[in-house]
Design a binder for this molecule. Structure first.
Ligand SMILES: NC(=O)c1ccc[n+]([C@@H]2O[C@H](COP(=O)([O-])OP(=O)(O)OC[C@H]3O[C@@H](n4cnc5c(N)ncnc54)[C@H](O)[C@@H]3O)[C@@H](O)[C@H]2O)c1
Ligand SMILES: O=c1ccn([C@@H]2O[C@H](COP(=O)(O)OP(=O)(O)O[C@H]3O[C@H](CO)[C@H](O)[C@H](O)[C@H]3O)[C@@H](O)[C@H]2O)c(=O)[nH]1
Length: 366
């Protein structure tokens, strides 16, 4: 369980705007900020996020980053910027959506920050900015040659932020996440987030889901028949793609450290991963062990834009931020994701049952 928050005690409570805080990573980081004693406003248009994902204790504003100037004011100490379109496949099919939302949207957000005099930013960048790696571990000095429009838009925003730091003294950090997984959990299992006595659970809810671990867990839950393995002919030990899975709570720790480490006029870029690669087959095997479910798999065609191996060197995050992952074990990451998936599943079943009893139509409310 990842119920404990970061060891980074706040010097003084601060006020932060969290864009995309109704989504997976943003909701977990918002929960960590609140637990550290900060004040949080979530700005989210609920395009892929869920109102129920916004942590209790955060103010919620339903709105777009493109209109952030309406809500930002000098009382904010900084912005954590998660709001984005983030599906690699969709970005290949509809690149304009990605350039408009991720790049133009962030340009509007930066202008709003400048206008309000808010001069501290942590941005969700991604390993997808690098493309196919040349060596074993990717470091921040490696070439950036994104293989998808998604990665290209994130790289463009990184460049935009560098310019903003140099020209206008912004203090900023871009955190390049590798594969985020796991959940932030407190309280007994089996209860939905926010239920009385049930603790809280902030984890991965994407609709449609495209990430490996939640998809494999859907098979274990019985809501998906089998997991498709996208290619088993890659130049890796078992032929399937290798990724670096990082616990979302470790990621949250890094955000709080980055807020403190950012220096006016400088743009810090840091990878966040554990430095350990696991193949698609190893992930599936771990899910089998954790859930006790046989998890049938079928080999499918390669997915466009997937590099064979993506594993981080996170030396810079360790050295500059003083960050150290505390939940690097893949089994623990999958266990937390599994607890969250079961809580969500139970909550949905309860909701559907109540709706049927009340004669209402089923369906997930955003
Ligand atoms: N999940 C990962 O493995 C991963 C890896 C690398 C980088 N990232 C990045 O981290 C961030 C969060 O990812 P996530 O998995 O939590 O995604 P998510 O889809 O769960 O969250 C994104 C949130 O942003 C909101 N949003 C989108 N456009 C908006 C806009 N214009 N205005 C206001 N709100 C808007 C969505 O409604 C959603 O709640 C993204 O920027 C993503 O690119 C994620
Ligand atoms: O049903 C599935 C889903 C995924 N995979 C494979 O599992 C691996 C992981 O895929 P994910 O979709 O979970 O994650 P990605 O590695 O594609 O991408 C994630 O990590 C990237 C960086 O590593 C980017 O940050 C991106 O935003 C984020 O979604 C890939 O090899 C993919 O082909 C399958 O075999 N079957």
């Amino acid at each position: 369980m990842s119920g404990t928050s970061t060891g980074t005690a706040a010097v003084r409570p601060r006020k932060y705007l969290v864009t995309g805080g109704a989504g997976y990573v943003g909701s977990v980081v918002a929960a960590h900020l609140l637990e550290a004693g900060h004040t949080v406003t979530v700005l989210d248009d609920l395009s892929t996020g869920f109102r129920a994902g916004v942590p209790a204790g955060a103010e919620f504003v339903e709105g777009r980053i493109q209109e952030a100037a309406r809500w930002l004011d000098p009382s904010y100490d900084g912005v954590l910027h998660f709001a984005a379109c983030s599906q690699v496949g969709e970005s290949v099919a509809d690149p304009e959506k990605y350039w408009r939302n991720n790049v133009a949207g962030t340009m509007d957000l930066l202008a709003a920050m400048r206008g309000a005099g808010v001069r501290r930013l942590v941005f969700s960048s991604t390993a997808a900015t690098y493309g196919e790696p040349a060596g074993e571990l990717l470091s921040e000095t490696d070439p950036t040659a994104p293989t998808s429009p998604y990665g290209a838009t994130k790289l463009a925003v990184d460049h935009m932020i560098t310019g903003e730091c140099r020209a206008h003294g912004l203090a900023a950090a871009s955190l390049r996440y590798f594969n985020v997984a796991g959940a932030h959990l407190t309280g007994p299992p089996g209860e939905p987030a926010g239920a009385p006595g049930g603790g809280v659970a902030y984890g991965e809810r994407h609709d449609p889901e495209s990430h490996l671990i939640p998809l494999v867990l859907q098979v274990a839950l019985g809501t998906r028949e089998a997991i498709s393995v996208y290619g088993d002919d890659y130049p890796t030990p078992d032929g399937t793609c290798v990724r670096d899975y990082i616990h979302v709570a470790d990621l949250a720790d890094a955000h709080l450290l980055a807020l403190d480490a950012a220096v006016g006029g400088e743009h810090l870029v840091c990878n966040l991963g554990n430095g350990n690669g696991f193949s698609v087959r190893e992930v599936i095997e771990t899910v089998r062990k954790v859930t006790g479910h046989p998890v049938p798999e079928v080999v499918a065609a390669r997915r466009g834009g997937d590099p064979a191996v993506l594993v981080a060197s996170a030396e810079r995050a360790r050295n500059v931020l003083g960050w150290a992952p505390r939940r690097a074990d893949l089994t623990g990451i999958v266990e937390d994701a599994w607890t969250f998936a079961r809580r969500e599943h139970a909550a949905r079943g309860k909701q559907t049952g109540e709706q049927q009893a009340g004669g209402e139509q089923g369906g997930a409310a955003r």
